[in-house]
Design a protein around this ligand. Sequence first.
Ligand SMILES: [Ca+2]
Ligand SMILES: [Ca+2]
Length: 138
Amino acid sequence: MAYISIIYLINHRKLSYISIIEQGSQSGMWAYEDPPRYEVNDSTAFYSVTWYAGTIAHDATHSQLYHEYKASYGIEPPDTIWTGPNAELFCIEYQTIVAQKISSPKNEIEYLDSLDGTHCDIDNDGDCDWIDYEGRDW
Ligand SMILES: [Ca+2]
Ligand SMILES: [Ca+2]
């Protein structure tokens, strides 16, 4: 299933936005590293194969937002271009498409439908910053 998702990402030219997938204590997309690195924690990677595959699609989209802006304007994008609630919603939308394509279980699709882009705001203060990142248990 993860394999199917990777084929799907290649077909959509998304995979170039993640060059390294690495185990970490929190999940996060290091789009500004060269090469771009998706760090993934165990609860994300081992929840299910379909869930893991969907998160690769999700984080490839964050990286795509970063790199497309940088290619267009020649400067580092502001954080709000590729992270934060608006970017999250955009990435969740693509993740949902992939989740459906790879026949994810109903509960995973329903969970994605329930998200409003603010899941990154762990401490509920309206932003998604380093404190939120450190607070991730995913
Ligand atoms: Ca904050
Ligand atoms: Ca916050």
